[in-house]
Design a protein around this ligand. Sequence first.
Ligand code: SF4
Length: 443
Amino acid sequence: MATILSPGPKVGMVSLGCPKALVDSERILTALRADGYRLSPDYAGADVVIVNTCGFLDSAKAESLEAIGEAVAENGRVIVTGCMGHEAEAIRAAHPRVLAVTGAQQYEQVVGAVRLAAPTTASPYTDLIPEAGLKLTPRHYSYLKISEGCDHRCSFCIIPSLRGNLASRPANAVLREAEKLVAAGTKELLVIAQDTSAYGVDIRYAESPFQGRPVRAHIVDLARELGSFGAWVRLHYIYPYPHVDHLIPLMADGLILPYLDIPFQHASPAVLHAMRRPANDTKVLDRIRGWRAAVPDIALRSTFVVGFPGETEADFTYLLDWLQEAQLDRVGAFAYEPVAGAAANAMPDQVPDSLKQERLARFMEAAQAISAAKLARRIGTWLEVVIDDADGERGASGRTKYDAPEIDGQIHLRDAGFLKVGDRTIVRVEDSDSYDLFGVAAD
Ligand code: SF4
């Protein structure tokens, strides 16, 4: 939990799930702060506790229920929101004492429930919130959510039924938020959505005025504008539509980071078809070659699901071969897990758990070897690094432009007592392991 100081009732926040949920938590807290509420760093000091849940996988739901139980036991006055909020009956069955349950993005309902549970008399005029709103990430990086929902219907996913179809924010609203964040100290903007490259499709790429000129709600136009603010701009959850190729010149020009996070999920055409995702793996390999020709140091990150229903040994071997060809820089993988309400649950030929785990281990072994070889090639080079952690004495760790916070690797620095969180510095790489680098900062 995080802390701010001012009069008014105190709210505790437990934020679970993905960066998109974290942005929801920040919006809820910003709205409450504007109403004069304070944030409590612990259960004991809170007048009411909000638990922002994740409901994507059954394991995430179990974690959410556990967090709700802990909040009920420790504080007793608990409001539940987030993706698991659409399962109000299950939540109330497990924890009948919760005060209210609301769904994802129902900011007004959450704020209304907090007002009922802990009425405030504090004045929003004397309790000014920062221009950039309240943030749960460190001050030097911020998630920037550009749209909600998704128009795809991947068979393993229930996000569209939880969050609805794609709903893009106007370009000028996104840019104003980014401008305030940078003015407040953000040095890295992490652009997120369920499907970032679909941004603007629902509003027909509508133009909106920003700084006296029209800006299209299109990811390429938006990325170009964001790149002009001077912060690092990192794109997440990019679905590889053809127009993604137009982002590459922005990387070559240094406007946005040479980094693409593309959730490929699989490579076998048969599995991608069953997942209801486009099966264009060979074209994707050609495009990756083209991206690397234009921006040789581009870092590609992706996530994969192994053991999807119907995945044969041939499909899995195809995926391993594809990975060797693609040589992705950063890879996350999961063994397929059924999600209540997802179409994939009813599919035949479910893969036994032991086989899923075996394939996951084989896949991660291959991905790890690629990562280790790529990182070893960085030994002896100089890289710009942003500091995420510093103990103020000797050690510090940070990231290069090739790594996103929390999901990618780090660079660990020796003799770094002079560095502070948020500093950018030049580092000589001295060593590497499978996922991380080790080095020393220039004086
Ligand atoms: S694109 Fe992502 S959010 Fe949309 S349905 Fe597929 S997995 Fe779910």
